[in-house]
Design a protein around this ligand. Structure first.
Ligand code: PMT
Length: 221
């Protein structure tokens, strides 16, 4: 019984899109709603897992079951700090958040003003964010990453799995409108060392159950 494998295990999961500030009123972000990650948190909690959800501010309109422990972050650097502070407690770690690969090099303390100097152009200086998933210690837990791809989904996912050193990659094709970012449904490939499996388009809750079922099976082996 796969649900017994997960019951009482500790899950650390991230959800939502990071927002990278330019100044106190503006930021760079992406289209993640947090629905996929929060669906996983819910199914896990209902299976009896002890869940800690790290969600971005952009997801705060979504309700969350009261038994789920929550932390709220905004930027990739903040998300990285929270993940590192709590990873040691977790049996299973899932990075469903869409993390900005870059942030503004020097955000302004004050609201940026329009200038006439550059003929209508403004150049933003970006620097790389930490790769949170790649940097997480992998020894004492089962680690799941996502891959948001617009082409060559399986090939890129398998490559990402190896490069980031994770047990499982959940790959979604985010070029399709009815699945992926923001929608209520998803369709994914579960990509592990032993191969891959397609989970057809269905509600994110059902996709969440399929992901956790796969995690339980791999933990049992
Ligand atoms: O939130 P929804 O609207 O429900 O949409 C769900 C989703 C499409 C956002 C989700 O299913 C998804 O694909 N999340 C991962 C999006 C993403 O950032 O993919 P990526 O291919 O850029 O990153 C690969 C993995 O590395 C992800 O697990 C990501 O969390 C992680 N990452 C990426 C960059 C970075 N600097 N640090 C990371 O840890």
């Amino acid at each position: 019984d796969w649900s017994k494998t997960l019951a009482e295990k500790k899950l650390l999961i991230s959800a939502g899109g990071t927002a990278e500030p330019l100044d106190p009123v503006r930021y760079l972000t992406n289209r993640s709603s947090g629905k996929m990650g929060i669906a996983i948190a819910h199914v896990a909690a209902l299976l009896g897992m002890d869940v800690h959800l790290i969600r971005t501010e952009s997801t705060l309109s979504l309700p969350v079951l009261p038994q789920i422990k929550q932390s709220v972050v905004q930027s990739a650097v903040e998300l990285n700090q929270k993940m590192l502070a709590h990873e040691a407690e977790a049996d299973v770690i899932i990075m469903a958040a869409a993390v900005s690969d870059y942030r503004i090099a020097t955000p302004s303390d004050q609201k940026m003003k329009k200038t006439k100097e550059a003929n209508g152009h403004l150049t933003l200086d970006l620097i790389e964010n930490p790769d949170i998933l790649a940097g997480l210690p992998k020894d004492n837990h089962y680690v799941v990453g996502f891959a948001a791809e617009t082409q060559h989904v399986l090939e890129y996912a398998q490559d990402k799995r190896k490069r980031k050193g994770v047990n499982l990659i959940v790959a979604n094709d985010v070029s399709q409108k009815e699945v992926g970012f923001g929608s209520d449904e998803n369709a994914v490939y579960l990509v592990s060392e032993t191969g891959h499996r397609l989970v057809e388009q269905q509600s994110k809750i059902k996709i969440a159950a399929a992901i956790l079922n796969e995690v339980a099976q791999q933990l049992d082996n």
